[in-house]
Ligand binder design. Structure first.
Ligand code: HEM
Length: 438
């Protein structure tokens, strides 16, 4: 069965282009009438997921609404009440669950992130700057010249060479296969996931079909989790250096922390040496499982970022298929010059966008149980070595023969600068919102 792709926003299903240029703009809706005009115009300019693999469709504009945004539009109370509680509360209110404490706590976030002023998130994504400008011009004409709608924040993102992120790893590899989406996945060992994991109004992996009401608002929508994550690249490089005796060892440690070499080649296929050709090869770089080949993590450590974020068929508490999500991360800020070990005070990192129909069982579960805890795999309170909320007391264990290696005193390399939970309405829902009475 095919999904109603014409009704689903492109940003929900379509993987981001590589390379890419992206811009995120936050809007405040001062009054419900201009807000509804915004929805009307958005219905005409956002791209749908129809023809998800066509070349021309790789530049798109999408719009998402926070709970405060739905309220600003005057969505009736019974509809508002039908949204999941964590979405209603918003990301800042979930800080304890997410490990956004200390310097990552909402009181230190970049304003207006996490405040009740953020109502809509407009995302423009394209394969290059020139096409991004075209998308933005289309959006600006339609969305920004409405009195009562104020752009209040903007983040521009540019791909680094070879789709690397600031710590130097190739990103944007894993792509789950979604039933009826027409978008190919790249792990042939993974059964397609039910559409309801990502698109509301369809059966999910648990056999449920719960979505915000009425149908015209909820069906074919999804949720997006936006997070601005600052990366301490100097601290990361110093850590690799001080825990290795040679540049080769540094690369090996970096690979053990991620589960992939920086080229993208997975340790599961290239356990001892990097093979950049495998890193580039779409038919190989995500074609692996863990249970039979590497149950103890001798190749891909159980505590590595990759294996934590998607344990695949590993023996862990819970069912990994219930905790999958789509990643649309883009890099912001200039790279720290090669070889520099001190952070220079320039803001750089990752604008994360996670897409899924279940914020609690997907993003919040992964963030709290797999990223910031090790219990699920019998690893106590060890946290993710790349992006965990470490405070200098955690360990990172690399299974090795004859004895494992444990690194103590893991520092925190990633700090949350802010974020929002947002609802990605269907094209039908944009019209429904535009036509709200009263
Ligand atoms: C700045 C922080 C982060 C960096 C630099 C980072 C980097 C990466 C990289 C380079 C990959 C490998 C590329 C791929 O397999 O597609 C990856 C995979 C992944 N990351 Fe992260 N990540 C970060 C934070 C997070 C967070 C906070 C989450 C979730 C809460 C997350 C979830 C995932 C998932 C689900 C995968 C794919 C795993 C798989 O399917 O095997 N990442 N990340």
């Amino acid at each position: 069965m095919s999904l109603e792709l014409k009704d689903i926003q492109s940003g929900v299903l379509r993987p981001r282009p590589s390379p890419y240029a992206a811009t995120y703009i936050l809007l405040r809706i001062d009054d419900r009438q201009p807000g509804r005009e915004l929805m009307r115009r958005a219905g005409a300019v956002v791209n749908s997921a129809a023809n998800p693999t066509s070349k021309t469709g790789d530049a798109w504009l999408s719009i998402a609404l926070t709970f405060q945004g739905l309220k600003a539009l005057g969505v009736p109370q019974e509809s508002l009440d039908s949204f999941p509680p964590e979405f209603q509360r918003g990301m800042a209110a979930r800080a304890d669950v997410l490990g956004d404490t200390g310097e990552s706590a909402p009181e230190h976030w970049e304003k207006p992130l996490g405040t009740s002023e953020v109502h809509a998130v407009v995302t423009a994504l394209a394969p290059n700057q020139e096409r991004l400008e075209e998308v933005l011009a289309r959006g600006r004409k339609a969305l920004e010249e409405i009195p009562g709608i104020k752009p209040i924040w903007r983040q521009d993102c540019y791909a680094l060479p070879n789709d690397k992120e600031h710590f130097g790893y190739k990103d944007g590899i894993g792509q789950p296969l979604i039933e009826g989406s027409g978008v190919p996945g790249n792990n042939p060992n993974e059964q397609p996931l039910k559409a309801g994991e990502f698109v509301l109004g369809h059966l999910d992996e648990m056999g449920n079909n719960l979505f915000p009401k009425p149908d015209a608002l909820g069906r074919n929508g999804s949720f997006a989790v936006f997070r601005k994550l600052q990366q301490r690249v100097g601290a990361f490089r110093r850590f690799l250096k001080s825990n290795s005796t040679s540049p080769d060892e540094q690369e090996f440690l970096a690979a053990k922390m991620m589960g992939r070499w920086r080229s993208g080649a997975p340790l599961a296929r290239c356990p001892l040496h990097d093979d950049p050709a495998v890193g580039m090869d779409r038919s190989k770089h995500n074609d692996f499982m863990y249970k039979e080949d590497d149950p103890r993590g001798l190749k891909t450590p159980i505590e590595s970022h990759l294996r934590r974020m998607n344990p695949r068929d590993s023996d862990v508490i819970g069912i990994p298929r219930l905790h999958r999500m789509l990643r649309r991360g883009t890099v912001y800020g200039p790279p720290l010059p090669e070889g520099q070990l001190e952070d220079d005070g320039v803001d750089r990192g990752f604008m994360f966008a996670f897409i899924g129909a279940h914020i609690d069982r997907q993003f919040e579960f992964i963030q709290s149980q797999w990223l910031n805890s090790g219990e699920f795999a019998g690893r106590g309170d060890a946290k993710d070595p790349i992006a965990g909320a470490c405070n200098g007391t955690e360990t990172f264990t690399i299974p090795e023969r004859p004895i494992r290696r444990t690194i103590e005193g893991m520092p925190r390399f990633v700090v949350t600068r802010g974020g929002e939970y947002a609802f990605l309405p269907s094209i039908t829902a944009l019209k429904w919102l535009a036509d709200l009475p009263g």
